[in-house]
Design a protein around this ligand. Sequence first.
Ligand code: BYC
Length: 325
Amino acid sequence: MYAQMIKSEASQEDPEALKAFQDRIDAGSKIEPKDWMPEGYRKTLIRQIGQHAHSEIVGQLPEGNWISRAPTLERKAILLAKVQDEAGHGLYLYCAAETLGVSRDQLTRDLLSGKMKYSSIFNYPTLTWADMGAVGWLVDGAAIMNQVPLQRTSYGPYARAMVRICKEESFHQRQGFDIMMKMANGTDAQRRMAQDALNRFWYPSLMMFGPSDKESVHSEQSMAWKIKMNTNDELRQKFVDQTAPQAEYLGLTVPDEHLKFNEESGHYDFSEPDWDEFFQVLKGNGPCNTERLAARNKAWDDGRWVREGLLAHAKKKRNAAIAAE
Ligand code: BYC
């Protein structure tokens, strides 16, 4: 449906302008906010950057859950800083989306009403401290795998936001792996916790890259426009290739009996995630969808007095400036 809509919109646009635009993309030029762009390009970017921004904001919830229960003051300070970084990532991305003509208020409304998506991964619960390790190691690890190529994406403000985000995400991944190392080399109970976290987060992390290439609706057009630099399956494979040896180093077992290095292909063979589960989560039926949206709606409602206070203050200052002229 969406892909068809984008195609039909393109058919109404000036073919010469479309060709010149595609030539610029093919030549590796960056598209900037004031440049002409096809409506489909603008909409696709708003969708992807908006979903990404929402993922950063909703992504604070599963980890925020453990700030008050971190095992040491040092771990608590690190986790606090990480969760705060995610808020910052959300802000850079909302700013990048605003350059495309959508307001942050509109994007927020679309998140809170459930109209816009955020990453499926954040609809899973974080049950133990080891989950903080698994989230950093696997979830941030998958995020980096996806986001490093996006530093070369064709839209300037998005590419530039990604540079800073990727620097911070790689620190996040290391802190996650550090927690996993501590737990995997700890007591029997800690090792069991680490294994259990890996068991629960492995397949949801693979799902972060999106449906298989056969099912992906947007990949073809998004790759032609360099809004996406790789297909979903390419990135998923790279992630498995990077992560399987790390699990081995930790002495943990990836919960996939088919995971095996294939000498011929030079890559790991692995089992696909349960795609029915993925599409259920996208429909709002994951373990925490309701809880996550309720938390964001509550935060928005609770913050009303701050927004109103700031707006009233800004209005007062503006009126005073007008009166002084
Ligand atoms: N969750 O045609 P496709 C992070 C949707 S990490 C939910 O392949 P596309 C963080 C997709 O939107 C995560 N929905 O789509 C980490 C589409 O539905 P609509 C954020 C998903 O866009 C740690 C439909 O399925 N990263 O932020 O070409 C701590 C068909 O898919 C998912 C990004 O957003 C999913 N996993 O490719 C804190 C990176 N996968 O929109 C925070 C930027 C697919 O037509 N985004 N869908 O209704 C991307 O690279 C791409 O948007 C995706 C999907 C690879 C995710």
